[in-house]
Design a protein around this ligand. Structure first.
Ligand SMILES: Cc1cc2nc3c(=O)[nH]c(=O)nc-3n(C[C@H](O)[C@H](O)[C@H](O)COP(=O)(O)OP(=O)(O)OC[C@H]3O[C@@H](n4cnc5c(N)ncnc54)[C@H](O)[C@@H]3O)c2cc1C
Length: 410
């Protein structure tokens, strides 16, 4: 059972902590684990509801290194090692990682971009290569291929169980001394003379010199009072589950696919169903009043788009679905940084719907930064918050389609 303090929080909440993490999603809990591993004695996580109450609990949890830029490829590559070596690297629970192979499908006109991206990924150490139409049919016999000349294949990629991954990190963090308080909203980060001195919560104030805000779609509530406006927008997105029709061999299933032609991503869900996300996210919602259900229109779109890539699903039975929220940054890339001009404050925000897979490495980088003064695992400069105020938003020249920021991809 997870050692999480939710019920009797006023008695347990410490008066002082070496570090406070705000947010019990995958980023907050991964960072708390890594902070505890550095030897900090008193790491505290405060979560406003239950663990996984934000994007993490609803995530598709695709884990693939195929990006149109080196920094996110590298973050995923480092994370992939943690997913695959979980027993040695985390040692508690299981992420439920299924390395069943991943295909990135693009329109024929995007072939040069795909080839360029795969070359960058190979140079970074990712096992991946370009496949032609015949290879595609061998790798994934259910696939419609007449509208795609080539694809990228990543045999070691796959998907995980987002909640199991979160619980594994939480258990590991607690085993190394971190304390996790659910149903404990942080009300504000307390400053004195431009430095962090504490976190005010509903159950009292915790004195601390180090705070990480990993509050997902709710980050603006904490950032605005500090005068930080990063142009972040909480968005809502829907996913649906379809039962495999009889034509799908349950012993074989299918691969994980991101389909840039039909703007969708899909992967197996359980032993006989497919989870698909096919909708462009709807922006600027109120995450406190999120409608967690799926609309008939989204179900119809999901079925059409699924059948457009895997035709055997043309009249598949819908088995469920949900809506989740994540936080979008203005350029669709995460912000991982020390807060400008506030000593002792770090941010991981604007995940833009892609930060489940990278969270294990983000946790390592943040823990290094918060305890040693800089991230050692890799350079996080591209993720800096100042890129917006400097007029240098992060645009990938080799992203697919015309709409380089909002393309559906996980
Ligand atoms: C439908 C869907 C599918 C996705 N699919 C993928 C995918 O396939 N692959 C991938 O890599 N990514 C995917 N993502 C994105 C991924 O899930 C997120 O990027 C990731 O979960 C973000 O984690 P987080 O910890 O930053 O935020 P969250 O999981 O949102 O966690 C933030 C937490 O902070 C808490 N909180 C907020 N304010 C406070 C406060 N004041 N005090 C205390 N606690 C607070 C919230 O309750 C929440 O639990 C998907 C997202 C969605 C919604």
């Amino acid at each position: 059972m997870l050692p999480i303090n939710g019920a009797d929080r006023s008695r347990d909440l410490p008066l002082r902590a070496d570090a406070v993490v705000i947010g019990g999603g995958i980023v907050g809990v991964s960072a708390a684990y890594q902070l505890a591993m550095t030897g900090l004695q008193n790491v505290v996580v405060v979560e406003r509801k239950q663990l996984g109450a934000g994007a993490t609990g609803k995530s598709g949890a695709l884990v693939r290194c195929h990006y149109a830029n080196p920094p996110e490829t590298l973050l995923t590559l480092h994370s992939l090692r943690i997913f695959t070596e979980w027993e040695d690297r985390v040692g508690f629970g299981s992420p439920g990682f299924e390395p069943i192979g991943f295909l990135q499908i693009v329109a024929p006109e995007d072939e040069p971009k795909l080839r360029a991206n795969v070359a960058v990924q190979q140079a970074a150490g990712v096992e991946t290569w370009v496949v032609d139409r015949q290879d595609l049919r061998d790798i994934e016999p259910l696939l419609r291929t007449d509208d795609a000349a080539v694809a990228a294949f990543e045999p070691n990629a796959g998907y995980a169980d987002p909640n199991a991954t979160l619980y594994g990190f939480a258990e590991a963090a607690a085993a190394h001394g971190a304390r996790i308080f659910t149903h404990t909203p942080a009300l504000s980060v307390v400053l004195e003379g431009g430095r962090v001195v504490g976190v005010e919560t509903v159950s009292g104030t915790i004195e601390t010199e180090r705070v990480l805000i990993a509050a997902g779609s709710w980050a603006n509530n904490l950032l605005a009072p500090l005068g930080i406006d990063l142009g972040l927008q909480p968005v809502r997105t829907q996913v649906a589950i379809f039962r495999w029709p009889a034509a799908v061999d349950p012993r074989r299933g299918h691969r994980v696919i991101i389909d840039a032609v039909n703007h969708s991503w899909l992967r197996p869900e359980g032993r006989n169903a497919t989870l698909i996300g096919a909708e462009r996210s709807v922006g600027d919602i109120d995450p406190d009043n999120l409608d967690e259900g799926i609309s008939p229109k989204a179900i119809a779109t999901a079925r059409d788009v699924l059948a457009a890539r895997l035709p055997v699903f043309h009249d598949a039975t819908m088995r469920g679905g949900w809506a989740g929220t994540y936080m979008r940054s203005p350029d669709g890339h995460p912000i991982i940084d020390r807060a400008p001009e506030i000593e002792g404050l770090w941010l991981m925000t604007g995940d833009s719907g892609t930060s489940f897979k990278t969270a294990p490495a983000i946790g390592i980088c943040l823990a290094e930064w918060m305890t040693e003064g800089c991230p050692r695992l890799m350079d996080l400069t591209p993720f800096r918050a100042s890129r917006f105020t400097d007029g240098e938003p992060w645009l990938d020249a080799t992203a697919y389609g015309d709409d380089r920021v909002l393309t559906v991809s996980r």
